[in-house]
Ligand binder design. Structure first.
Ligand code: ATP
Length: 353
């Protein structure tokens, strides 16, 4: 297993920066998630680490050795892609064996490695089948076995579950985490699915516009997003944002919402201690589960229900406000579209940007 370090990694295609001054450290044995919207540079970062793309500038280190210009085969990296790359004319065992072709292992050692990988991935019964005889999930398991059989120092997975159905993704999520913990191989897993990110990684690196905007454990990223982008990207349903400015009246901080001039009393929030200049705050953000529907008079906003998503156990109430959506999670199922509601925000959970 290797420690991976990217220093000012930049990859340009013509005028377009796919990755821009990317700095990132992935610790030995870590399971790191690269999370971000389509086109933010996740695959390009992974391809540079694998040696499939040569960076325009910057350096890549494995265990402090510069591998920036090393060819892929000398890096001992294994990769799994969205569509399992298997030879259609070979059966599963032969496909896995292909990964060991260039090694100096004896036939019996190869046999042992294949058996071990097949048993870890629970595909022993599939060894004589050809790829077209397998389901999508089975093909991905075989592709994963093909990757791990080489005992790579680095394991790179590029949206390996994107083409699979929801139930299978859920099963494979825990299998992959379990596998990674067993092998302890440094792993980078690319996804734009934040449920995968939250549930699988030791840490998440959230990418935007070609670089990592924040890196941290899933819970750090969820509870303390450092930017509005990270706050909006991580969490489902997404965070609610209200734009406006802080005003202070008689030592009480309030938030005046743009356009409507509606004022929310921020109550006992001692913002002066947290922020050097309250004028820099343009947005307050609150997660849907920290907004409640109330009958009391000290509510924060009155809204009309625009849409309802019934998740069985709870409802996501969607209201339109100021050309934006405000989402509220409630277990009370009595609400209907067009109902008028009053909402209360848990002020202690507000984030300021
Ligand atoms: P997705 O989740 O859709 O796969 P991504 O975050 O992995 O996206 P990349 O595939 O790394 O993003 O692409 C980053 C940017 O670089 C995109 O704007 C893409 O169009 C561009 N790009 C990637 N590869 C090439 C290429 N070979 N030639 C030109 N532009 C490219």
């Amino acid at each position: 297993m290797a420690k991976i370090e990217l220093k000012n990694l930049t990859k340009r295609f013509g005028d377009k920066f796919a990755v821009k001054n990317q700095n990132l450290i992935v610790n030995q044995g870590e399971f790191l998630i690269l999370l971000g919207p389509s086109g933010c540079g996740k695959t390009t970062t992974l391809n540079c680490i694998a040696g499939l793309e040569i960076p325009t500038s910057g350096d890549i280190y494995f265990n402090n050795a510069d591998v920036t210009n090393d060819p892929p085969h000398s890096r001992n990296v294994a990769m799994v892609f969205q569509s399992a790359l298997l030879y259609p004319h070979l059966n599963c065992k032969q496909n896995i064996l292909m990964s060991l072709k260039k090694t100096k292992l004896s036939d019996s050692q190869k046999e042992e490695r294949i058996n071990e990988s097949a048993s870890i991935l629970n595909i022993k019964d599939l060894m004589n089948k050809k790829p077209h005889q397998l389901s999508g999930g089975e093909r991905q398991r075989v592709a994963t076995a093909k990757a791990i059989v080489r005992q790579p120092d680095v394991f790179l997975l590029d949206e390996p579950m994107a083409a699979l159905d929801a139930a299978l993704r859920q099963t494979l999520r825990s299998e992959l985490v379990n596998l990674q913990k067993k092998l302890n191989t440094t792993t980078i897993f690319v996804t734009h699915d934040q449920v995968e990110a939250m549930t699988m990684g030791d840490r998440i690196a959230v990418m935007n516009n070609g670089k990592v905007e924040q890196i941290g454990t899933p819970i750090e990223i969820y509870n303390n997003p450092k930017t509005k982008f990270v706050a909006g990207f991580v969490g489902s349903p997404p965070m609610n944002f209200l734009n406006g400015k802080i005003i202070t009246e008689e030592n009480i901080n309030k938030f005046q919402i743009n356009k409507t001039n509606h004022i929310i009393n921020l109550e006992s929030q001692n913002l002066q201690k947290q922020f050097s200049n309250l004028n820099n705050i343009e947005t307050i953000a609150i997660r849907p589960q920290h907004v409640s529907i109330t009958d009391e008079n000290n509510y924060d906003l009155d809204l009309e229900i625009f849409g309802i998503e019934n998740l069985g156990k709870e409802l996501i109430i969607i209201c339109e406000y100021n050309n934006d959506k405000i989402r509220i999670i409630t277990e009370n199922t009595k609400f209907k579209i067009n109902d008028k509601i009053k909402i209360k925000i848990d002020k202690s959970k507000i984030l300021y940007f």
